[in-house]
Design a protein around this ligand. Structure first.
Ligand code: AKB
Length: 309
């Protein structure tokens, strides 16, 4: 049985990844986070791990001896702007600690998610390519762009099988996201499901690339199972399902909740959203590892509302 270590297991992605790994892989799983374990961890093993600490990180690796690592601990775009130093320490020092421990303890495969936050305002807005020369304007984007380069560096220098996907905004119902810019989408659907009105912190006509969590997790597992010889990108592959604006999401929700009301009060996150592309070029993901999705926007909204009710 393989041993899988997950960092940031209490977060929005962690909670979902635990489920899919449990149901699709015969593995011994160790969940780690800086907060006490949430209910998704259930009866799995859990340890406190602050990835900023090299000593603690190595202690956990030494004790558990993972074969594979899913390094999800991260500070997202909105929280990163409130505390840039923390974003730097977790997203870069933490990632270095994980990569070094992976090399030291002979981990065979590691997943480190990236984000649309790596793009800056001068990147093409439509079909943004994997390779780009834009400079991200958030600390989250800067650290994640550097982390992508670290992935490639560790792959080339240490032959470590590091893999990464640039996630767009992820829509899910189990653990509410609270620290990003794309989170309004989850929040809007949550309010609709509970029959309360919603105040949106982005302008109604702000397009962003998005994806339903089920598709994101199934893609991640498929990607991690791909024969390494097929992978031609060792920074990060682009993935996304659809683009919508807050108003387009609102219109999609009205089909299921006709009395739902939204008003718009943009805050500092508007500027972050405007610096990101509307859509990504996903050709390489389709060619190299067969990326595909099941949920369009309508199905996403329907499934979200059903589960949140
Ligand atoms: C955020 O909004 O910060 C994240 C992301 C797009 O990476 N959801």
């Amino acid at each position: 049985m393989i041993k899988i270590l997950i960092t940031g297991s209490n977060g929005q992605v962690g909670a979902e990844l635990i489920r899919i790994i449990k149901s699709s892989i015969d593995a011994e799983i160790l969940c780690t986070d800086i907060t006490s374990k949430n209910k998704e961890v259930g009866d799995l093993q859990f340890e406190y791990l602050d990835v900023k600490s090299k000593e603690l990180t190595e202690k956990i690796f030494e004790k558990f001896k993972p074969d594979q690592v899913y390094h999800l601990a991260s500070i997202l775009s909105a929280s990163g702007e409130k505390d840039p130093y923390l974003a730097y320490s977790v997203n870069l020092t933490g990632t270095m600690n994980i990569l070094n421990a992976c090399v030291k303890y002979n981990v065979s495969k590691v997943f480190i998610p990236s984000t649309i936050g790596v793009y800056g305002p001068e990147a093409p807005k439509e079909n943004a390519p994997i390779r780009h020369s834009s400079i991200p304007t958030t600390m989250y984007g800067i650290t994640k762009a550097a982390a992508e380069m670290l992935c490639q560096y560790y792959y080339e220098k240490f032959n470590l099988d590091v893999r990464s996907l640039r996630y767009p905004g992820l829509i899910s119902y189990r653990v509410p996201p609270m620290a990003g810019t794309t989170d309004y989408a989850v929040d809007m659907i949550r309010h609709a499901a509970r029959n309360s009105s919603y105040q949106c912190y982005l302008e109604k006509d702000t397009p962003l690339p998005m994806m339903y969590m089920q598709d994101a997790m199934e893609s991640t597992i498929k990607f991690m199972h791909t024969d390494p010889s097929k992978l031609t990108v060792r920074t990060a592959y682009n993935v996304m399902s659809y683009t919508f604006t807050p108003d387009e999401l609102y219109q999609a929700i009205l089909e299921f909740k006709p009395n739902f009301k939204v008003d718009y009060q943009p805050d500092f996150r508007q500027k972050i959203a405007e610096s990101w592309p509307h859509s990504l070029d996903i050709t390489k993901s389709k060619e190299d590892w067969g990326f595909s999705i099941r949920f369009d926007l309508r199905k996403t909204v329907e499934d979200m509302i059903e589960n949140l009710q």
